[in-house]
Unconditional design. Structure first.
Length: 91
């Protein structure tokens, strides 16, 4: 079994709801293109200049809720400071 080191710290708030914290020390190469196994909604908990990008789309600011459909390829683009994301995994 392969254990992957993730570029964030995660804390569960409630069933299917998490806070993910990305440090200002996160390396760009750690923010890989990927897809998820369920639909998700993400939103920053504070103002940030980090960005979100779907495959074949321009980056967008994380200044409102973003719905990520299951299987859609996406990534984060590092900004300045720490990023705290609320992640809701939809069933």
């Amino acid at each position: 079994m392969r254990t992957e080191i993730l570029p964030f710290i995660e804390r569960e708030l409630a069933e299917n709801t998490f806070i993910r914290i990305f440090s200002q020390d996160t390396l760009e190469e750690e923010l890989k293109w990927h897809w998820d196994d369920e639909d998700r909604i993400i939103e920053a908990t504070a103002e940030t200049d980090w960005q979100f990008q779907f495959d074949n789309c321009l980056p967008i600011p994380i200044n409102k809720k973003i719905r990520i459909p299951k299987g859609d390829i996406h990534r984060l683009i590092k900004g300045t400071g720490e990023l705290k994301l609320k992640v809701i995994k939809l069933k």
